[in-house]
Design a protein around this ligand. Structure first.
Ligand SMILES: [Zn+2]
Length: 418
């Protein structure tokens, strides 16, 4: 009999001073291993704009995040299932994670109605500010949450759809990613205590239904902590999800394999939330911080014990003309470690984008040439910056992992964050 693969997570090195809880670990997933802390580039519909799978292999991306909402609507789950799942369909051989689709179901339909492109959102925070109990536009309901799930209209063509915890889990099982997420509602920071509590309790009931609905044991299922900016709710959510156990059909007890931290955060409030919840999560569970990915947020989160990140930032800011740089080459917290290539001062700058970067764009082209190309052949310019930024972020994670292994994370943190 063939032994069935069961994914696992192991913490290999960890710091445990009051100021530094960083840890290096290994996730063993069905499509390979992922060293943590890790950053998952977001291939929304299976691919990243202007970047292909060869690029992601070249830059040693370990795992990608794909969005269930988008794949559910286009090309449709059956197309992907017929192809043998997300890996075969996209040709990506390493691990994938998929989100539950709930977040986009509630936020995107509204964005399209307001005349904003879904690509204009800079971050989770901005998308999430659209979220409330019922979304209306000019009196028309666009998305509605009830006890059982979310009714929403497609961002592509306005057709009506419904997600429930069971539908989300079945969708993610059809896609077949290595890591999947429970269906939740992301509340926005200004939501009242009463609404945030009501929503969190519903998310907990959905979490239990997700555990009961999941049938595939070769996928890691993550529960998602909510609770807004309220300490007692956040801690109640962390405790509930970390200790939730259900019996599946065979009577075998099931719990979440990992914990996600969700929600929208105002400036720096996120660090408080991490400080509140992480002590309530068992040490053997990997922790994913959803939708976060600035350099500062990554350092501050790793320091607090986060293992996994996903974010669209590297490619999104790249398409807007920004490129990441190391400290020592003008990168600092204030400029978010990024400069803008269209700035006139780069017209005569013969340096690479980031003199410390080893990516193929930095090995080959000068800032001066990329400045010229970004203005005259913008798609090619956007590709160069997207490539560099993704490489930079993945390389930063590698440096962070190496520093934790050598017990030198504090030194690396000081070098970047001072
Ligand atoms: Zn580079």
């Amino acid at each position: 009999m063939v032994k069935r693969f069961i994914p696992s997570f192991k913490v290999v090195n960890k710091s445990n001073t009051p100021e530094n809880k960083s840890r290096y670990g290994i996730l063993h997933l069905k499509h390979g291993r992922v060293e943590t802390p890790a950053f998952a580039p977001v291939s929304t519909r299976g691919m990243i704009k202007l970047i292909d799978m060869d690029d992601l292999e070249d830059m040693n991306a370990q795992i990608l995040m794909a969005n269930t909402y988008h794949l559910f609507l286009r090309p449709g789950l059956d197309v992907i299932e017929e192809s043998g799942g997300l890996n075969k369909y996209t040709s990506w051989k390493k691990p994938f994670m998929t989100d539950s689709g709930g977040f986009q179901a509630f936020s995107l339909g509204m964005g399209s109605l307001l005349g904003k492109s879904k690509f204009e959102y800079e971050s989770h925070e901005q998308e999430a500010s659209m979220i409330g109990h019922i979304k209306k536009h000019e009196g028309k309901v666009m998305a509605r949450i009830d006890e059982d799930g979310i009714d929403f209209k497609s961002v592509y063509d306005g057709t009506k759809h419904r997600f429930t915890p069971e539908i989300s889990i079945q969708a993610q099982e059809k896609l077949g990613a290595d890591m999947i997420f429970a269906f939740d509602e992301c509340t926005y920071p200004s939501a009242s205590y009463e609404y945030t509590k009501e929503s969190m309790e519903r998310t907990h009931r959905w979490a239990e239904r997700c555990l009961l609905a999941s049938k595939r044991k070769n996928q890691m299922l993550f529960g998602i902590i909510q609770g807004g900016l309220y300490k007692d709710l956040r801690q109640a959510s962390a405790t509930y999800l970390s200790s939730l156990v259900v019996d599946d059909d065979s009577g075998e007890p099931k719990c979440f394999d990992g914990i996600g931290i969700g929600g929208a955060f105002g400036k720096d409030q996120m660090y408080n939330v991490l400080d509140w919840v992480i002590p309530f999560i068992p040490e053997d569970k990997p922790i994913h911080l959803l939708g976060i990915g600035t350099v500062k947020d990554i350092f501050e989160s790793v320091k607090r014990g986060i293992d996994l990140f996903d974010c669209v930032s590297p490619q999104r800011v790249g398409r807007a003309g920004y490129f990441y740089v190391h400290p020592g080459h003008e990168g600092n917290i204030k400029n978010k470690f990024r400069l803008k290539i269209t700035n006139n001062r780069f017209k005569h700058d013969t340096l690479p984008l980031d003199p410390e970067c080893k990516c193929k764009m930095c090995k080959r082209y000068s800032r001066s040439f990329i400045h010229h190309i970004f203005k005259t052949e913008p798609l090619t310019g956007m590709r160069i910056l997207s490539y560099h930024n993704l490489f930079f972020m993945l390389n930063l994670m590698k440096m962070i992992r190496e520093s934790i292994k050598k017990d030198e994370f504090d030194e690396l943190y000081d070098e970047w964050m001072s």
